[in-house]
Design a binder for this molecule. Structure first.
Ligand code: FEO
Ligand code: CA
Ligand code: CA
Ligand code: CA
Length: 738
């Protein structure tokens, strides 16, 4: 989801910016290769999705990219290199139930979105099925594809005339924009509630390639109303449940639905983690008694109803879903005001039930999703697992996507046992409830520290800004605990990905605003503050960067790591800001989605950009990375206007080896107004699954459309644009990218 400039920054702390002189040169780049040298063939067999780790041809991973880099594109189509083609697998509104009519693409649908593909395709992953119907990591030609459906920013396109408020239709309300809080129609709100969540659909490979099996009993929608279990560490589950009590479920052990699912995780045992990102913007405070000061502090830190309408005003950020009814819980739950006598009589705690990684067993349509509270509450962008090693804990790396938020990791107490593959949600209970939660601090010397978030840390126990009562509150007020220990404020952490060659962890930092990054407010890990030279002329860190790190001793349990910056996004004509030597052939801005192919080792980079879109739509690039420390120490020369006055400064940092046109190439460019997000492959790498989110995002109305993709290319009824999953193949059937 693109994030307009008026997105709320809700980190008020003065956590350090690191301006001290660099004291330590980068250590030797030569490192043990975890997979080839340290794990051995026995270990390879237990890696999920890594059956073809040595490459489809049985050789090494790719050492060169096998396609010409694309020129920039402003076409209303998905553009690919010569010899590549795409088909649409499914798009917003497609039916998952043979009894439903085909999608009208006019907003004519009834309340049937819980049986249609949702909107805003985001992360995705694929789960193969063996002859016995069990999960397998082998390509059997039959699988379920799981897709996150992020947000309602295009909800106007699913109503006949756009959204309606106070009886006036034809509106376009955005997720982050001002909201008219007038009463909304029940049908519109139900459609909006149910197009959120996750879709699970069976896909099969036939003569026409991969297609959706529309009548499969495995097809499922998880929506913003689907019951989900609240799970956490045994010693603190009662502390957690006490914060989840609502009128709907007074024990706090169950919650309803998942919202704004953005990035994801695939667990080594074969389940899906749907990560809840901008869930905070769905709630409103309407009426009721005063909220306690501590609770107000917590809400502000997460942006929950943080801009309630003042007396006489009618506008604030929310979806207005609460306006339909005060007695029907499907709608009343979105009002987090203290309107009842206590928490068992209203929904004051409803927002506490969002902000988690939600585990879904893709092969068990009747199983409840589970909210993994032990992994912390934040604007979860993704949860990517370390390379699993038998007998060792698992680490999950997680970004919290808002300006100046942090990078986290969760380390399981349980030791990885490959026999757990295929065990479903109960295996999730084994690995994802008991563990340690950490926040990252990036130091100026190229080292970093994982700081455990525990009530035993006096900085948390005695934190003045928020009185933590117990460890349970650290899992639900995770951002505040990370504030207390001085984690490093990053330029909007988006996806993480783990390099299958060496276990290094990459995290996209998509961008930051001029209000947060100035030449006087940078640090080694977020070193740039500059102005775009032409076109949109954003300032701060408008193009973003990708940071990477390597855990000490290559262990999940490491409490320290070494980092550098893999790539800096920039326009090729950005001068001093172009620290990665990008050219017109591989310039990019606002990296977001990120994934390594286990077949080729290609690092796929996807963008969600608004800074460079005057020159090209969002894109996907292929990179062949080296490793942490393969580049050099550099000095970022920063220059920008701050309140009309030019400010300059320098910041030393570490940049990876320049990839050049040979090792970084544009592979895909999306239609107008789209973001490229979500990527995986069928084992062997001959089919790539990619999501195209919100084409036509800047459509002014349902009749003044910015894009008409994919209808303009023959998919479904022409007219309004739709988010979609596409499948990319090579005409000659070869491995993608090489
Ligand atoms: Fe949903 Fe952080 O992008
Ligand atoms: Ca520009
Ligand atoms: Ca330019
Ligand atoms: Ca994203």
């Amino acid at each position: 989801m693109s994030h307009p400039d008026h997105e709320i920054d809700s980190n008020p702390t003065n956590n350090p910016h690191f301006e001290s002189v660099l004291s330590q040169a980068l250590a030797s780049p030569s490192r043990r290769m975890v997979l080839r040298g340290g794990l051995g063939l026995a270990g390879l067999a237990v890696l999920p999705g890594c059956a073809t780790l040595m490459g489809a041809s049985g050789g090494q991973m790719a050492s060169a990219l096998g396609f010409p880099s694309l020129d920039k594109s402003l076409l209303d189509d998905v553009v690919l290199p010569p010899g590549y083609r795409y088909t649409v697998l499914h798009a917003t509104g497609d039916s998952l139930d043979p009894k439903l009519p085909a999608y009208s693409n006019t907003g004519a649908e009834a309340d049937d979105w819980s049986r249609r593909i949702g909107d805003h395709h985001d992360a995705l992953d694929i789960y193969f099925i063996d002859a016995q119907g069990r999960y397998t990591e082998t390509d059997t030609g039959r699988a379920v594809l799981v897709v996150n459906h992020e947000s309602s920013a295009d909800a106007h396109l699913m109503h006949p005339q756009g959204q309606t408020s106070n009886g006036v239709s034809g509106k376009k309300f955005t997720q982050f924009g001002d909201w008219d809080l007038g009463a909304r129609p029940e049908l519109e709100v139900l459609k909006e509630i149910n197009h959120h969540g996750v879709s699970v659909v069976e896909v099969v490979r036939g003569p026409q390639g991969w297609t959706m099996k529309a009548d499969s009993p495995l097809n499922r929608r998880v929506t913003a109303q689907t019951p989900a279990r609240i799970a956490g560490p045994r010693a603190h589950i009662d502390e957690i449940r006490a914060q989840m009590v609502t009128r709907w479920e007074t024990s706090g052990s169950m919650a309803r639905g998942t919202l704004n699912n953005c990035g994801h995780g695939k667990t080594p045992w074969g389940t899906y983690l749907a990560c809840e990102e901008n869930w905070a913007f769905y709630f409103q405070v309407a009426g009721g008694a005063a909220i306690a000061a501590k609770e107000t502090t917590a809400r502000r830190r997460y942006g929950v109803a943080s801009a309630p309408p003042a007396a006489g005003q009618t506008r604030a950020i929310s979806q207005g879903w609460h306006t339909v009814s005060t007695t029907d819980d499907r709608f009343a739950r979105w009002n987090v005001a203290a309107v009842g006598a206590n928490a068992e009589r209203d929904f004051r705690n409803e927002a506490n039930t969002f902000g988690y990684n939600v585990e879904i067993d893709p092969l068990s349509p009747s199983s409840n999703p589970v909210k993994r509270v032990s992994m912390g509450r934040m604007a979860h962008e993704g949860a990517v697992c370390s390379l699993p090693k038998a007998g060792q804990p698992l680490a999950f790396y997680m970004g919290c996507d808002a300006r100046n938020e942090y990078i986290y990791k969760f380390v399981s107490t349980a030791l990885w046992d490959p026999k757990d593959i295929g065990g479903g949600i109960s295996v999730g209970d084994k690995y994802l409830n008991e563990g340690r939660l950490y926040a990252a601090r990036f130091d100026a010397d190229g080292r970093g520290q994982w700081i455990e978030l525990t009530i035993k840390d006096p900085r948390i126990a005695n934190y003045a800004a928020f009185k933590f009562e117990n460890q349970g509150e650290i899992y639900t007020q995770t951002r505040i605990a990370a504030d207390a220990v001085g984690a490093t404020k990053m330029d909007r952490p988006e996806w993480a990905a783990v390099n299958p060659k060496n276990g290094e962890v990459y995290v996209t930092l998509t961008n930051n605003s001029a209000a947060n990054r100035t030449p006087g407010r940078v640090d080694a890990a977020n070193p740039r503050a500059y102005m775009d030279v032409d076109g949109k002329k954003g300032a701060g860190n408008p193009n973003g960067h990708i940071i990477r790190f390597r855990e000490d001793a290559d262990t999940a349990t490491a409490t320290a790591f070494r980092w550098d910056i893999f790539l800096f996004g920039a326009e090729e004509d950005a001068g001093d800001a172009n620290l990665s030597g990008l050219s017109a052939k591989n310039s990019f801005s606002s990296p977001d989605g990120l994934w390594f192919s286990p077949t080729t080792g290609i690092c796929w980079i996807q963008t969600d950009d608004g800074a460079m879109t005057d020159e090209t739509h969002c894109m996907m690039l292929a990179a062949l990375p080296g490793q942490v420390g393969d580049g050099s120490k550099v000095t970022a020369k920063n220059r920008m206007l701050v309140n009309g006055v030019e400010q300059t400064g320098t910041q030393e940092t570490f940049v990876g080896a320049t990839l050049g046109d040979a090792r970084l190439r544009r592979f895909l460019i999306g239609p107008k107004g789209s973001e490229i997000t979500g990527v995986t492959e069928a084992p062997g790498g001959r089919a790539l699954f990619v999501n195209i989110q919100h084409p036509g995002e800047e459509s002014k109305s349902v009749t003044d459309l910015q894009s008409q993709w994919p209808g303009n290319k023959g998919y479904g009824r022409p007219g309004r644009p739709r988010s979609a999953t596409i499948v990319i193949t090579r005409s000659d059937g070869g491995v993608i990218g090489v």
